[in-house]
Design a protein around this ligand. Structure first.
Ligand SMILES: Nc1ncnc2c1ncn2[C@@H]1O[C@H](COP(=O)(O)OP(=O)(O)OP(=O)(O)O)[C@@H](O)[C@H]1O
Ligand SMILES: [Mg+2]
Length: 240
């Protein structure tokens, strides 16, 4: 019998640190190390100023670490040139923000397709059936033609979740994805985010203030003063 090796990590952070320079130097992150496996749903929590946004900006290749290494899918992505970082972002990462950032002039379907559109009209045409099916899956099948202002906050955020999956990313980064919603909508949107990314086998890293939502992740990393204070896996469903 062969024992299967654990999947090689999708993302590795190795002693990552970040110091903001300027009039006052601020150390925002120190010695942050962890690895994320394909399909893992990771929540990052921590009090205000603990370094969550700083970390998410590094993971999203929107900023570069002052120390350490960030390896995405086997490639050192710590200090890419801006053009290269933009390409990796477009092709490898999906983003969901607290505010959906949908384009007001475009329909729900066109918004969801936007990352494909950026990659070319052919790509958009090819992916349209999948995007229609995903929008249907999140309950928006009859609202494909609506513009963002004609949708509720929860509906807009569901479009943003589908959009984050448009380019078939390796990793979805979510910054307070339900932070702008009431608790019932937050619950629904979180459940859809979890279901869709699970079905697609995508890893998710989600920053949240909401401990109840964090408890539903596979794993919770708590930041404190820019360091990993704890890294805990959820026990998962009990086997009978
Ligand atoms: N651009 C910047 N220049 C200088 N210092 C910064 C900058 N951005 C953040 N900081 C500092 O870095 C530390 C971490 O900030 P960060 O925004 O990552 O925290 P956070 O955990 O996201 O907090 P919150 O929950 O309030 O959003 C804080 O001390 C903050 O003041
Ligand atoms: Mg923040």
């Amino acid at each position: 019998m062969s024992t299967s090796a654990p999947p090689s990590p999708l993302l590795v952070l190795d002693a990552v640190g970040k110091v903001y320079t300027g009039e006052i130097e601020t150390r925002a992150l120190a010695d942050v190390s962890f690895a994320v496996s394909p399909g893992e749903f990771l929540a990052i929590v921590g009090s205000s100023g603990s370094g969550k946004t700083t970390l998410l900006n590094l993971l999203g290749l929107l900023d570069t670490p002052s120390e350490g290494r960030l390896v995405l899918d086997g490639q050192d992505a710590s200090r890419l040139e801006p053009d290269e970082a933009a390409r990796v972002r477009r092709e490898r990462l999906g983003f969901i923000f607290q505010f959906h950032y949908l384009l007001p002039e475009f329909s729900a379907l066109e918004n969801a397709l936007m990352p494909c559109r950026v990659a070319g009209n052919d790509r958009a045409e090819r992916e349209e059936p999948r995007m229609r099916a995903l929008l249907d899956r999140v309950g928006l099948g009859d609202k494909l033609a609506k513009r963002p202002h004609q949708l509720s906050g929860g509906e807009q955020q569901r479009v943003a979740i589908v959009r984050a999956l448009a380019n078939d990313p390796l990793l979805v980064l979510a910054d307070e994805p339900t932070g702008n919603l009431d608790s019932r909508n937050a619950d629904e949107v979180f459940a859809l985010l979890q279901a869709l990314t699970r079905e697609a086998g995508k890893a998710v890293i989600m920053v949240t203030h909401d401990h109840e939502l964090a408890e539903r992740a596979d794993r919770i990393i708590t930041l404190k003063d820019g360091r990993v204070a704890s890294d805990v896996r959820s026990p998962g469903p009990k086997a009978d």
